[in-house]
Write a protein of this length. Structure first.
Length: 325
């Protein structure tokens, strides 16, 4: 194996670790956001989140890179990416206020299709056939597990769908920044745009009256600010800490490996969504999930391994069958 191939393998391994950590952190943030969605406006939560995350992200970036690297010549692209990612976060937050997290995640899992479909045009990446098959297998597993029906097709579902597209687009833009802008700089710019977006929403809905709004997503957007008790304040602050680490992990993962390799591993978020839904919100665990989803997740993971490894697994399985026979 050449040094270049070894480095590529190491990068993919690190990218895999980063994306799995990022999904765990993002899922935790989603659960915390839904927990607060019935009492506070989304812009209040986002503002606190961004204010808390900035003192975490900024020192990490400055200590590693210095102040000069924060002023990258590619800032228009990093800020545009931050805006796209901000709309994705906002849309998904509004969606989970109205529908279970697991249902929103089911819709959100169309994101790898956007990534794989657009990557050849935006990034000149050609996805390998076994990755496409693995991605489709994972998504089919999700559909079988949850049997999405009429309950999903309400306005909040469209918010989750936009979140999937915007997030996929944002990660592809992030891939174009790899090698040009450090991941920590991208994360700082992203959080700064989130802060600006939260301030803008605060000004727009400052005098809004959500009393006549019945839809949970709209109520989450238009509700008046209120001072949180200590327990809710801790959750808000926790969102900022979790989000700051998640942004770094996401940005690093997509900068280390091609998008169509990283994106399908986000299906692991389904496990977190079901767990948080059951534990925190009493959402019912569907029987189909328990029966089918692990099979498809395992299949997707197996298909992502190198073809040589797949061949070895096949040989080992054949030998085992012969032994059992």
């Amino acid at each position: 194996m050449t040094d270049a191939a070894q480095r590529g393998g190491d990068n993919r391994t690190l990218a895999l670790i980063c994306i799995l950590l990022a999904i765990a952190l993002a899922s935790t943030q989603d659960a915390m956001m839904k927990w607060l969605s019935g009492a506070y406006p989304v812009q209040q939560v986002l503002l606190v989140r961004s204010l808390v995350a900035m003192p975490v992200l900024l020192p990490l970036a400055v200590s590693k890179l210095g102040w000069r690297n924060l002023l990258t010549p590619m800032w228009p692209r990093t800020f545009f990416r931050g805006f796209i990612m901000g709309t994705a976060l906002l849309s998904f937050s509004l969606a989970i206020a109205a529908i279970p997290i697991a249902d929103a995640i089911t819709i959100y899992f169309t994101m790898p299709f956007f990534v794989v479909g657009l990557a050849p045009f935006l990034l000149k990446e050609r996805p390998r056939i076994y990755r496409i098959i693995a991605m489709i297998a994972g998504f089919i597993g999700v559909l079988i597990a949850f049997k999405p029906g009429a309950g999903l097709f309400e306005p909040a579902a469209l918010l989750a769908l936009w979140s999937a597209f915007a997030y996929g687009l944002g990660q592809m833009i992030g891939r174009t920044l790899a090698g040009h802008v450090p991941a920590r700089t991208v994360a700082v710019h992203q959080n700064f745009v989130y802060l600006l977006l939260a301030l803008l929403l605060t000004l727009v809905f400052l005098f809004a009256d959500s009393g006549a709004v019945s839809h949970k997503s709209l109520a989450f957007l238009t509700r008046s600010w209120s001072w949180p008790p200590f327990s809710d304040a801790v959750v808000m602050l926790g969102i900022g800490l979790v989000a700051s680490m998640g942004m770094l992990m996401f940005t690093t993962a997509y900068s280390l490996a091609e998008s169509n390799f990283v994106a399908p591993f986000e299906y692991t978020g389904l496990l977190w969504a079901v767990a948080y839904g059951l534990i925190l919100f009493g959402d019912r665990v569907r029987e189909e999930y328990a029966l089918h989803t692990p099979i498809f997740i395992d299949l997707r993971h197996k298909l992502y391994e190198h073809l040589e490894t797949l061949s070895a697994l096949g040989g080992a399985l054949h030998r085992r069958i012969v032994e059992l026979a």
